[in-house]
Each structure stands twice: as C-alpha cells, then as structure tokens.
Ligand binder design. Structure first.
Ligand SMILES: C[S@@+](CC[C@H](N)C(=O)[O-])C[C@H]1O[C@@H](n2cnc3c(N)ncnc32)[C@H](O)[C@@H]1O
Length: 207
C-alpha cells in the first residue's frame, strides 16, 4: 500500500521487478528498496544539507527521488541497463514537474557503476545489492581513490547486504561498521541496513 502511495506522492513509477533477461553473473536485476524500509532507516540515520549521495545501481530511481524529496540534497543515480535508466529519466521529468521548488540537482547517468568517476563532493553512497562482489570491490576502490585525492568522511549505506560485501569491507578497507538497522517482523537475516564509515578525523584509519 505504502508503495503505491509514495510512488504517487513523488509522481514516479518504481514498483515491480526488472526482467530476468538483464540479470547476469555480475549484474543483479532491478527491484526497489521498499518505502517502508526507507522510512524506518531514515528515522535512525540522517543526511545533512552538505551531503551528496550516489546510488550505485539506481534502477528506476526510487531511492534517489525519496532522498532528494526528503533531504533536498544533490543526488546521482547510476544505472547500467538502458531500459531501466530510461525509466528513471522519465520519472525525473514527472518528478521535477511536480516538485519544482527543490533546488538541489537530481541526475541519472547511464553506464556501469564501476566506470563512474567519483566526484570530490560525493560523500554518501547507497547500494541495494546491485552487483557481484567483484564489481563492488572495484567501486569501493574508486571511492577510496577519490578519498585519497580529497580526504573526507564518507558513509556507505548497504541495504540487504550480502555477506561477501560485509567481509570485504571489514577485512580489506578502512571503512568501519557504525550502524545496523534491522527491519521488524522478519526472520530474514539479510533484511537490514548497514552503514560503514570512513572517518577522516579518526587517526587509526589509514588508506
Ligand atoms: C536491486 S536494484 C536496486 C535499485 C535501487 N538502488 C533501489 O534500491 O531502489 C539493482 C540495480 O542495479 C543495476 N545494476 C546492476 N549492475 C550494475 C552496474 N554494474 N552498474 C550500474 N547499475 C547496475 C540493476 O540493473 C538494477 O537496476
């Protein structure tokens, strides 16, 4: 129910699943983060006006629109499947027509997340189980390269995280787990958000 109400409020169409046709060993198919999960998570985690968020594997853009609408910060969505990207762009047109007062930019880029050039102001990164660990490692490496170039505190938000993602972040990166938000009324151990942070003021972290 919440799915329909929120899509209508944002003037977008994001419900449903992507075609299996597009799923590969490395690229997972489209499915949106449930609005209910987003509501719960953002009761416990806030974004700041200075933040700039990238959703890697943004699909039709649900998380991008939700965050842009709620926090009014710049948001970028990166999507590798052309048809899905086009749906995000169509959603953007309708969303902007109905929400012209929000000044922060919202944009969608077509292409693989692993090729996205992380910008010096990007400091919040969202992942809902979009691709294999192989690609995740490449994307995290790009984020770390960008932090080396311009030191800044950076959060990675994972929804429905695969154990390989968790293990990799823990063992091989300076990101530290700072928050876990479990969804109520579920026995599904994956149904949670994890926030990993690189804290520039914590001297113990070395990259
Ligand atoms: C599970 S959906 C998540 C959608 C959105 N982030 C959300 O939470 O509502 C994952 C998306 O990642 C896209 N994807 C898969 N591999 C990708 C890659 N290498 N680069 C960019 N997008 C990718 C898929 O096409 C799909 O739309």
């Amino acid at each position: 129910m919440k799915e329909e109400i929120y899509d209508k409020l944002l003037s977008i169409v994001t419900a449903g699943f992507g075609e299996w046709l597009y799923q590969t060993i490395h690229y997972n198919r489209y499915e949106a983060t449930p609005y209910e999960a987003l509501d719960l998570f953002f009761q416990e985690y806030q974004l700041d006006k200075k933040d700039k968020l990238v959703d890697f594997g943004c699909g039709r853009g649900r998380v991008a629109f939700y965050i842009h609408h709620r926090f009014q910060i710049p948001v970028t969505g990166v999507e590798a499947i052309e048809e899905t990207y086009e749906q995000a762009v169509q959603n953007r047109t309708a969303y902007l027509e109905n929400h012209p007062h929000i000044g922060a930019p919202i944009r969608f880029l077509y292409g693989p997340a692993e090729d996205y050039k992380v910008e010096p102001a990007d400091n919040r990164f969202y992942f809902f189980n979009p691709f294999s660990i192989h690609i995740f490692r490449k994307v995290v490496s790009n984020i770390l390269d960008s932090i080396r170039e311009k030191e800044r505190s950076t959060d990675m938000i994972l929804y429905y995280p695969m154990p390989e993602y968790e293990l990799y972040l823990k063992r091989s990166t300076p990101f530290q787990l700072i928050k876990e938000v479990r969804l109520p009324d579920t026995n599904d151990n994956f149904d949670k958000f994890l926030v990993y942070r690189y804290d520039q003021h914590n001297g113990k972290l070395r990259i």
